[in-house]
Design a protein around this ligand. Structure first.
Ligand code: PMP
Length: 358
């Protein structure tokens, strides 16, 4: 059985050793006679899984006390609404419009009629090909929202902006655990699991507890306080996804943690960017100082040739390289579980394609 070189932006490739472990525990997890999928979320076996998952994530990201870790559902997209609902105090809120997902976060806040919403910077006019310059301000904001990595466009913040009177809320969906970050720089971090963490269905929220508004009246499921009070077990959580996430956290810890993973990702991305730079056929649509480590778009400049490249690559087992419909061209998503070898093979194919077509 041959595994594909799967460049999907998400749901994305998972570590092979994790999939094997899941397979080996599928019929009977720790002699329970059942899989984790079939197990009560109130059982002691599952309580141990969720508590280990939290502990491992705290270790991997060095999450300080005072921050809560929540295992939720609804995807990163539900956080676009939960954040204004839970962190808004009626003061100003700021958004950085750095990509299609940031734009969705902004439009959800607009639906909620969040008062005093400001878009502080945007690169939309230039098709989000760079991270816009963030203005300095010492004015008070309830929060300022950024997207650390723009999955569709392939850009990433190289430094996290700091404001004296505004906590940063970060959508880290496509580079959580693949880039070293200091959690202290953020008031809230959120991410859908299906890229760097595990199966879809799980959303992770890391929130500084003192930012949560106690005045806001919210439906229980949309209120962070409900999930904090119940250790993410208010209702049935996405138990299987949490279990796989725990295994992915163990895998990452064994590899040396986020620091070691960042270096590996720099090597993988570096190889692909070098290949694009040295090519006369392929180019990157993204500003050099905004490059993402995890999502790397590239184009030939000709639609037909892009389509031919994707078709031939697919036939060779390099899957899901077609760029997002809003950007076109190609995009290689190379999250933590994507092996260096696979990137090397892709660059070799790119060179062979150029020799033939360039
Ligand atoms: N934000 C970013 C940066 C994303 O990449 C995605 C998914 N691709 C989302 C939000 C939406 O995530 P979900 O599908 O989990 O709602």
């Amino acid at each position: 059985m041959k595994r594909a070189r799967n460049f999907s932006a998400g749901p994305a490739i998972l570590p092979e050793s994790v999939l094997e472990k899941v397979q080996s525990e599928m019929l009977s997890y720790r002699d329970s006679g059942m899989s984790v999928m079939e197990m009560s979320h109130r059982s002691s076996l599952f309580e141990e899984i969720i508590s280990d998952a939290e502990q491992l994530l705290r270790e991997l990201m060095n999450i300080p006390e005072g921050y809560k870790v929540l295992f939720l559902q609804g995807g990163a997209s539900l956080q676009f609404s939960m954040i204004p609902m839970n962190l808004g105090k009626g003061g100003k809120v700021g958004y950085i419009n750095s990509g299609s997902w940031a734009k969705k976060a902004i439009s959800e806040a607009k639906i909620l009629k969040v008062p005093n919403m400001e878009v502080l910077a945007s690169s939309e006019e230039d098709n989000f090909t760079y991270i816009p310059e963030i203005p300095e301000t010492d004015e008070a904001y309830d929060y300022i929202h950024i997207t650390t990595n723009n999955t569709i466009e392939g850009t990433a913040f190289q430094t996290i902006p700091r404001f004296v009177n505004a906590p940063i809320v970060a959508d880290m969906s496509s580079n959580i655990l693949s880039n070293r970050y200091d959690v202290n720089d953020f008031g809230l971090i959120y991410a859908g699991a299906q890229k760097n963490i595990g199966p879809a269905g799980l959303t992770i929220v890391i929130v500084k507890e003192d930012l949560i508004q106690t005045e806001n009246k919210l439906p229980s499921m949309l209120d962070y306080r409900t999930h904090i009070k119940n250790d993410s077990l208010y209702n049935t959580p996405p138990s299987f996804s949490i279990y796989v996430a725990k295994l992915v956290f163990e895998w990452l810890k064994d590899l040396g943690g986020v620091e070691a993973m960042t270096k590996m990702n720099e090597e993988k991305a570096g190889l692909l960017y070098r290949t694009i730079e040295e090519s006369d056929l392929f180019s990157s649509p993204v500003a050099i100082n905004s490059r993402s480590l995890t999502n790397i778009p590239f184009v030939t400049g000709k639609k037909d040739l892009d389509a031919k490249f994707v078709k031939e690559a697919t036939a060779l087992g390099f899957l899901n390289l077609k760029g997002h419909r809003s950007v076109g061209g190609m995009r290689a998503s190379i999250y933590n579980a994507f092996p260096y070898e696979g990137v090397k093979e892709l660059t070799e194919f790119m060179k062979a394609f150029e020799a033939k077509e360039g």
